[in-house]
Design a protein around this ligand. Structure first.
Ligand SMILES: [Zn+2]
Length: 415
């Protein structure tokens, strides 16, 4: 039942059937300067040649600017208040448990893939870290060679039954990459081009990891090499005749003081000193199973306040801290950032460009940090690239455009 001429409606947005295979790329942590400087310095010749005839603008990501909320926004075309994934991590108040938001049971919206698959589309989803695979694949019935859903991290374990493809390492021709490496993302592209060549999916989604961006600033040799690698794969994808649409889940900034040390506001320590222990609970939605490169430190936090009588006092004290950019009560904060109130604390906090928010010193292991801290999550990391290898008409303007408009741009606005 190939429904190739009708429009597919997903979460109240409608999408045209692709006129050629579409590859949407989420380049994790890709602050716009990474590509701007790599192009300027001659490391991305394909992109530099292509963008003048294609589309290149800036979009805003979802706040909190973390991986799971943004990937799920991109693949559902909606803000977190609709799909429910407001962090990598949250406090399940009903069950009094702090849990990872990796499970599809937390997802409240359909994905664009699932709805296109129902209409007969061939789909391939390739993610770097396995933590995202199940949520990205939510609602997809895997089918050998037709509906493929894999991660680079667990590529050695892929089976026809669970992933729609097996013997993946042989197929890609690469060894299993380390989860903490740039090769993890390279594997995503290497698998992507092989799958596009062999299976020609209607929609392909490639989602990388931000390991390189957490370590290296835009324009540095290691960053440029990484983007040169990406450029070679983009050229191959283009040569395969696909539409390429590229955005990012969030940007990235140095989060250090003048001495190069992590510049951290330990919110739980401060709150415990002011109000006593167990009066408040600070949740850092950046927390995920892979904390080596950021120590669970980002620029967004949410605070649960047990005693309503102290709420105003907590708000006013936090808002006057140096390095805090925004402090809002739940309702206002969720309205401003498009978040689901039931999954946020009583107070939302965003720090300034070079500061991060922590709980208490004993709960952040920074021993594995070898380079000065770089991280994300706040308004200062909201700008992300938004690029297509084809020209578009009628896109929203910069400032209005969101990274989760990327499928809309690629399916509805290509001219
Ligand atoms: Zn990310």
């Amino acid at each position: 039942m190939v429904n190739s001429h009708s429009e597919i409606v997903v979460n109240n947005r409608s999408y045209k059937w692709p006129d050629r295979p579409l590859v949407v790329i989420c380049l994790d942590g890709s602050e716009p300067d990474y590509m701007a400087l790599a192009m300027e310095q001659g490391f991305m010749p394909y992109l530099k040649k292509t963008l003048p005839q294609g589309t290149s603008t800036i979009a805003n990501c979802v706040i909190p600017g973390f991986t799971n909320p943004n990937n799920m926004s991109i693949v559902t075309g909606t803000p977190p208040k609709v799909h429910g994934i407001c962090g990598n991590y949250f406090y399940d108040k009903e069950n009094d448990a702090e849990v990872m938001m990796n499970d599809p049971k937390f997802l409240c919206a359909d994905t664009i893939f699932a709805e296109f698959a129902k209409a007969g589309a061939k789909i391939a989803v390739v993610t770097a870290k396995d933590k995202l695979r199940l949520m990205l694949g939510s609602g997809l019935q895997v089918e050998a060679g037709k509906i493929i859903c894999i991660s680079a991290e667990k590529a050695d374990l892929a089976t026809q039954q669970d992933n729609g493809i097996d013997r993946l390492l042989d197929f890609v021709g690469s060894p299993l990459p380390d989860v903490y490496s740039g090769e993890l993302s390279e594997f995503v592209f290497a698998a992507g081009i092989k799958i596009v060549d062999k299976y020609r999916p209607d929609l392909t989604y490639l989602s990388t990891s931000d390991y390189v961006q957490h370590k290296f600033a835009p324009g540095t040799p290691a960053a440029n090499q990484f983007y040169a690698m990406i450029d070679r794969y983009l050229a191959q994808l283009d040569a395969a005749g696909v539409t390429i649409a590229l955005t990012a889940d969030h940007g990235m900034n140095a989060k250090t003081d003048a001495q190069g040390n992590p510049d951290i506001i330990f919110l739980q320590t401060l709150l415990d000193n002011w109000f006593g222990e167990n009066k408040t609970r600070v949740i850092l939605p950046i927390t995920d199973p892979y904390v080596v490169h950021h120590g669970a430190l980002g620029s967004f936090a949410t605070i649960y306040v047990e005693d309503a009588a102290i709420l105003d006092d907590v708000l006013s004290r936090i808002s006057t801290l140096e390095g805090v950019m925004v402090t809002l009560p739940r309702e206002q904060g969720c309205q401003r950032f498009g978040l689901m109130e039931s999954r946020m604390g009583d107070i939302l906090v965003v720090s300034t460009k070079h500061k991060v928010l922590g709980t208490s010193p004993d709960r952040h292991n920074l021993s594995a940090l070898k380079e000065p801290l770089r991280s994300h999550g706040g308004i200062s990391e909201q700008r992300v690239p938004f690029m297509l290898n084809r020209s578009t008409t009628g896109l929203k303007e910069e400032g209005q455009l969101r990274n989760f408009d990327i499928f809309d741009a690629a399916l509805n606005h290509v001219s």
